[in-house]
Design a protein around this ligand. Sequence first.
Ligand SMILES: *Cc1c(COP(=O)(O)O)cnc(C)c1O
Length: 379
Amino acid sequence: MKKIQFNDLAAQYAHLKKEIDAGMADVLNGCHFISGPHVEQLEKELCAYTGMKYCVTVSSGTDALLMPLMAKNIHEGDAVFVPGFTFFATAEVVSLTGATPVFCDIDPETFMMDPESLSSQIERVLREGKLTPKAVIPVDLFGEPADYPAIEKICREHGLFVMEDAAQGFGGAINGKRACCFGDVSATSFFPAKVLGCYGDGGAIFTNDEEMYQALISIRVHGKGSYKYENVRLGLNARLDTLQAAILIPKLHALDEEIKVRNAMADRYAERLRGIVEPQRILDGYFSSFGYYTVKAKDAAQREIILTALKEQGIPSMIYYPIPLHLQKVYAPLGYQKGDLPICEDLCDRVFSLPMHGYLTREEVDQICDVIQKTVANQ
Ligand SMILES: *Cc1c(COP(=O)(O)O)cnc(C)c1O
């Protein structure tokens, strides 16, 4: 039997080989490796897919998050609110600008930023009077968009800039409005493991704000003015390679079909694992692209037993994420203690992610669930 893959990029390539190979050959034959028609076409198609006016493709999801903060001149003394349960880059970009990340706790069922915790953290920062609240970065997790209706309301009241970290949200939606549409600006990643991934690093920024768009275009190429050798601000070298654009175009065309399969497999997991482990809750009206299928074990010991049993059967699994950001070593100087964000901490001890991709089969899901079911029954 074929070995179960956590994310089967080989199966995807076999399915899309003709289109991907043709796109790559086109770039190689044209010798146009930076910018060019493939990048322009991809940006147009990404605008059409998300419903956003402007798209700026960039070198990674991390640069996609950093650049809007640079454009907004976020700097030392500013507070930027982020969830404590996310990939490190969400907070890292805040620190790179000199600003201070302020960590918020999460909802125990959706695993994403808890609007009530956001409110209380904003109040705390205002009370302490050391930092100026400037921005919030809600994070879409495992394919599901964050609670934007509640979060955006709080941000409007406090005049805060909102950036959607859609690195994992691409393809998800709230009441038909697609991820990358939320907040003032959004950032996504095309890292190979994401729902829409290229064959290297890549990312994109979306906005409807013309001024933000112009600043991002400039920052992408060393803070250029009217042309590359006139520099009006500090920027980066943050372009998406043309080869990656050519690879992403056919993958974008196949995306909705893959997300359909991901949703069918998520339904099967939920059905088979009911009462054993608790899946991430998808809120009413929300649609997940199921970048990852993540569940909560009863406790750390049960997770350990399940992951060991899966490993023995050659079934891959991952822990997203094992350490909450406020307790990462690099942030020790910020003075957070264990117990500060109890839901984040509890989740890091209990969550794990199971194989999920657009080429997964019901038989494979059943095989995985059989192992989990038997293991928990024999506990
Ligand atoms: C992957 C990821 C990023 C960073 O994207 P890269 O392309 O790897 O730089 C940022 N935030 C979240 C939530 C992610 O999952």
